[in-house]
Design a protein around this ligand. Structure first.
Ligand code: NFS
Length: 655
């Protein structure tokens, strides 16, 4: 566990202000709970096994002395499970849980997609024809003179079956570079359907099944790939077809987007279906009139966590905050309703809401919270459910108390950088391609590309690790692609506006950003949208000049404040796709040297990518840059950087 910096809880002034208000209001938020609940040192390093009722068995590494082979032989669980088996089993279970979460999201989207295609979900339709046809081509679905709906039904049914594919290979795996697919075959990790891989992961980690750490970690790779190139990619692609592929959009972020004189409604969680409908219903003049009848000036919809990213990317709906700010939005005293679906929703919001008038509304049949209101969302009656929810929020407006304080803190950001948009921005409408990006990497203006993603973690200073790392990367000419709560941290810090290029980026990166008119840090969406990064990386490979596999690219990944099991699955599929990936905050196998060495070193021989753990964001960024430089050298383009001097001709060429 990284050293705790409890003096500074957050670098975000809105967060700091609301933590103080929470303390004076007697609302016990996550920052305070974390101060009294210390992490278990044995569990956090992966040295505790609770897979049967003879334990839990603890097998931590003895501290401060060298262990004899005999002592090591005795340091096993009651069943004889070695510390390696225990650490690898824990790691695989985390991967499986994360893969399951993303993929169950993808499945729910697929169900909604099929309903929309069949005309059974009023309010949902096939919005993005171009992407529909692209995906149809990728999957070999007949286009001919069939209607969009007919094509969509075929795509939806193929995707739906893909989750439960018992044998063979997931559909979107074929999008990966050929060399990568060959490598997956060779390593025996080309996944079947994600349901099968997750079930097998749970089976293998059951007491007394797979007891070889390398075999367990192979299943971790396979399970995670079924997430990244399977469940998550299906979620992203079908969401885009149904709700529109994102394109650049200007919006605002932080608690200061809440409004004193309007009904404030936050949608928090992950799946975009309900959020899409709320975005429509909150604009309905009839609803706005109703809000006025209750004394409000209007209805203000804002997002939180990844649902926020979804509706930000497609509609420019403002974001109230990232993971660690969810309770603080209630603490403002100005929130009429927090509507939640699945994932990353702290149960703590139910208790905090008791100190204020906020209504917590759960909406998903898989996620109830004791002591809250449940209004179930059904895609077949999407408009009606959304209206009922908005009405409940409006009805709660007169109950708002006097204890209201909204921090006057918000930042502008530009989001909406889908793979298609990046392609278009770089190459233009008729020549869409990654060529200009590849060329600028080859000529050294851009040193490489980094994906910085993932959560907030209360054990480190909120947002600080993300922002420090990303600033270090762009200063060194690394173009940064972001998703999740990490993207929100950097947006709050002002890194997602075009002007940030001149202020924070190195000269080469700044030149390119200014010529194209993009920020040096690009927001690609929610955590399932990490699939967009896989697609972007593949597009770079296919465009040529940077090797023939993702592992050849001068690229790296990071989740510097991760906390969720989903982050482990994401990191693992990046590694198994050939990306060097650094995590901060904590590392779940640190108690075992063999397993940790395998993940940090041996994995590179198997997949061309590997894990690393480094809580210090500057050091972590330097590790990523060193990896990027290593790849540049292997490609023979390391010299180009040394020669880059910007004369007028080069500047003109950029424009
Ligand atoms: Ni990702 Fe999104 Fe945030 Fe972490 Fe949670 S909201 S899916 S898991 S905390 S980035």
């Amino acid at each position: 566990m990284a050293e705790e910096k409890k003096e500074v809880k957050s670098i975000d002034p809105a967060t700091v202000e609301m933590i103080e208000k929470a303390a004076s209001d007697g609302a016990r938020v996550v920052f305070e709970r974390a101060a009294t609940m210390k992490p278990c040192p044995i569990g956090s390093e992966g040295s505790c096994c609770s897979m049967c009722s003879m334990g839990p068995c603890r097998v931590p590494l003895p501290k401060g002395k060298e262990e004899t082979p005999e002592e090591k032989r005795k340091r096993v669980g009651v069943c004889g499970a070695t510390p390696e088996t225990i650490a690898a089993r824990n790691f695989l279970r985390k991967t499986a849980a994360g893969a399951a979460a993303h993929s169950d999201h993808g499945r729910k989207v697929t169900e909604a997609f099929l309903l929309a295609a069949k005309g059974e979900a009023k309010g949902f339709q096939i919005k993005d024809e171009q992407k529909l046809l692209q995906v149809a081509l990728d999957l070999g679905v007949e286009i001919g003179d069939r209607s969009n709906e007919e094509i969509a039904i075929d795509i939806g049914e193929m995707a739906y079956k893909d989750f439960g594919r018992q044998e063979g290979e997931i559909l979107f795996g074929r999008r990966a570079p050929l060399k990568r697919q060959e490598l997956w075959h060779k390593q025996g990790v080309y996944p079947r359907g994600v349901d099968r891989e997750v079930v097998e992961a749970m089976h293998r980690t059951h007491m007394g099944v797979d007891q070889d750490y390398k075999s367990l970690l192979q299943q971790a790779a396979r399970t995670s790939l079924a997430d990244g190139w399977g469940g998550s990619m299906i979620a992203t692609e079908l969401q885009d077809i149904m709700f529109g592929t994102p394109s650049p959009v200007l919006s605002q972020i932080n608690l200061g987007v809440l409004k004193e004189d309007e009904v404030n409604l936050i949608i928090h969680g992950h799946e975009p279906q309900l959020a899409e409908m709320l975005a429509v219903v909150t604009q309905d003049p009839e609803m706005i009139e109703y809000a006025k009848s209750k004394g409000a000036k209007g209805i203000n919809l804002a997002g939180m966590c990844c649902t926020a990213n979804e509706i930000l990317m497609r509609h420019g709906v403002p974001i109230a905050g990232n993971f660690l700010q969810q309770e603080l939005a209630i603490v403002t005293g100005a929130l009429e309703a927090m509507v939640v679906d699945v994932q990353c929703i702290m149960q703590g919001i139910a208790d905090i809401a008791k100190c204020f008038h906020t209504k917590i509304i759960t909406t998903d049949p898989r996620a109830f919270i004791e002591g809250t209101t449940h209004i179930e969302f059904d895609e077949r009656k999407a408009v009606d459910t959304a209206r009922a929810i908005v009405k409940a929020a409006i009805d709660n407006f007169p109950n708002r108390g006097k204890n209201v304080r909204i921090p006057d803190v918000r930042s502008d950001l530009i989001a909406g950088f889908s793979h298609e948009t990046i392609n278009y921005l770089l190459g233009g409408l008729f020549l869409s391609s990654y060529r200009p990006l590849n060329d600028n990497i080859i000529n050294g203006r851009i040193r490489g590309v980094a994906g910085v993603v993932g959560c907030n973690n209360v054990r480190v200073t909120h947002d600080d690790v993300h922002v420090t790392m990303v600033k270090e990367l762009i200063k060194n000419d690394v173009l940064v692609l972001q998703t999740g709560c990490s993207a929100m941290a950097c947006a709050k810090a002002g890194l997602m506006v075009p002007e940030a290029a001149a202020e924070f980026a190195g000269e080469g990166l700044a030149e390119v950003c200014q010529a194209v008119g993009i920020p040096p840090v690009l927001h690609l969406g929610s955590c399932v949208d990490n699939a967009r990064i896989l697609i972007a990386a593949t597009a770079m490979v296919k465009d040529g000049g940077l090797g023939d596999d993702i592992s050849d690219l001068p690229a790296a990944g990071a989740a510097p404040e991760w906390m969720s099991e989903k982050a482990i699955s994401i990191g693992e599929y990046f590694v198994a796709s050939g990306v060097f990936t650094v995590f901060g905050a904590a590392w779940p196998t640190l108690g075992n040297k063999e397993v940790t060495d395998f993940l940090f070193k041996d994995t590179e021989d198997l997949y061309g990518g590997m894990w690393a753990f480094e809580p210090d964001p500057i050091k972590a960024a330097q590790m990523m840059i060193a990896h990027i430089d290593k790849k540049r050298k292997a490609l023979g383009i390391d010299k180009a950087r040394e020669r880059v001097l910007y004369d007028m001709a080069m500047r003109r060429e950029l424009e």
